[in-house]
Design a protein around this ligand. Structure first.
Ligand SMILES: Nc1nc2c(ncn2[C@@H]2O[C@H](COP(=O)(O)OP(=O)(O)OP(=O)(O)O)[C@@H](O)[C@H]2O)c(=O)[nH]1
Length: 403
């Protein structure tokens, strides 16, 4: 019967059920960020005491410093290597390849993992029997769909087999497609800024997940759609992170509020929000330092940023999105749960789907918690950050490999 694979591969099931010590994901990038000194974390001047001056908000495209702290990145500063996404040649190719083509290309490795295996599985088979279903289950788990999503898909497929709705193995692909769609559709909830309300979107996540890059891409998208945007350089641990964000601000031609590395993140973001409110800017996109979901003191710092922003408006930050690197596989589920518990997420962005065969993790995340999946990243170009569409995603993931 189905789910024998689970019994044989108990370790994997334990991994998802919360035992993170079970294995290390393929491309897990989780170096610990520098630990803040107590001074950095708590004893900086309270944000309220930091005056927000006109100088804090410079004309679009220049780099602002919100205080007397060492200013960073003059406007002539070239973006460092981390901003290579900002100047990716892939951008220029976007119109030629077409948006769906880019999504398909981005998901190529994951599609090959799933579709090629399913094709292989049904080749020459006449009936859908238990053995075939068990092999299908293994394919879904290997594509990093996780235990819950795999179980859900298998239940749906098995029921259809029992009802004689799937006459032959070739019909399996369509059945998987439909089951995946049923899981993902409720999570596809697009979000766009509201004009004239000065909202704050705070981005959180572990180191290197793609927060800063995603912020740059979102700023480009929403600026092009006519929203006024301000970036808040709240990742004050790494000087390079501030430069990376200011590089994006230059490119996208939006203002940025930044202080020197080591400044109090809450203070910088408080200033950014105050400046944006004073100017009637639609949206502040707030960068934060990468941190492991397991580092309690750094999670506390995120809560502090949230508290401090709420002093200006109890509704702020209005959105808190977790950025996940798809390559982290099932570890992403722990990140979702722990960041959500700490700060209350309102959305998820899944990046680097182009660099992994673990695209199935999107389904695993969708089953972990009922949180909206806002955007997915399938490459380094601005056009490669796409609002999450369940239909387009599933079509690109579960397709004939030759098509
Ligand atoms: N291929 C690919 N690369 C991406 C994607 N999104 C981000 N990246 C790259 O991932 C790397 C890390 O991204 P960052 O934006 O610096 O990550 P971060 O979360 O801000 O990192 P910290 O500041 O260390 O917390 C950069 O080289 C990005 O260009 C994506 O969707 N696809």
């Amino acid at each position: 019967m189905v789910f024998n694979w689970f019994k044989r591969n108990k370790g994997k099931a334990e991994e998802e059920s919360g035992d993170t010590s079970a294995s290390v994901p393929e491309s897990q990038v989780e170096p610990a960020p520098p630990t803040p000194t107590p001074q950095q974390g708590e004893s900086a001047a309270p944000p309220e005491e930091t005056p927000v001056t006109e100088a804090a908000l410079t004309p679009a495209g220049t780099i602002a410093s919100a205080s007397d702290h060492a200013p960073v990145a003059p406007s002539s500063t070239k973006p460092d290597d981390d901003t290579r996404g900002a100047r990716s040649e892939a951008d220029a190719e976007a119109p030629r390849r077409g948006l769906f083509g880019r999504l398909r290309e981005g998901l190529r490795r994951s599609r090959e993992q799933i579709s090629a295996s399913v094709e292989q599985l049904v080749l020459g088979k006449k009936v859908i029997d238990d053995e075939l279903l068990e092999d299908l289950e293994a394919i879904l788990l290997q594509a990093d769909m996780g235990v819950a999503a795999t179980r859900d898909i298998m239940d749906r497929v098995t029921q259809r087999v029992r009802r004689n709705e799937l006459k032959d193995p070739a019909a399996l692909r369509a059945a998987i497609r439909q089951a995946l769609l049923d899981i993902l559709q409720p999570r596809a909830q697009p979000w766009t800024p509201a004009k004239g309300q000065t909202q704050v979107l705070m981005m959180v996540g572990i180191n290197g997940a793609g927060k800063t890059t995603t912020i740059g891409k979102l700023a480009a998208r929403w600026k092009a759609e006519g929203y006024s945007i301000l970036l808040g350089a709240g990742d004050t641990f790494r000087a390079a992170a501030v430069e990376q964000l200011t590089g994006w601000a230059e490119r996208v031609q939006v203002p940025v509020i930044a202080q020197g590395a080591g400044a109090d993140s809450a203070s910088v973001l408080y200033d950014a929000y105050a400046a944006a409110r004073a100017r009637g800017i639609d949206l502040v996109i707030a960068d934060t330092a990468g941190r492991l979901h397991t580092q309690g003191h750094l999670m506390e710092e995120l809560k502090k940023v949230k508290r401090v922003l709420a002093k200006q408006d109890p509704g702020a930050p209005h959105q808190i999105w977790l950025v996940l690197d798809a390559g982290t596989g099932q570890n992403a589920l722990q990140q979702v749960r722990q960041f959500h518990e700490a700060v209350g997420l309102t959305g998820i962005c899944i990046t680097k789907l182009d660099g992994t065969a673990k695209g199935g993790v999107v389904a695993a995340v969708a089953k972990a918690l009922p949180l909206p999946i806002r955007f997915i990243g399938v490459g380094e170009g601005v056009e490669d950050l796409r609002p999450f569409s369940a239909e387009a995603f599933v079509d690109a993931l579960v397709a004939e490999t030759g098509s």
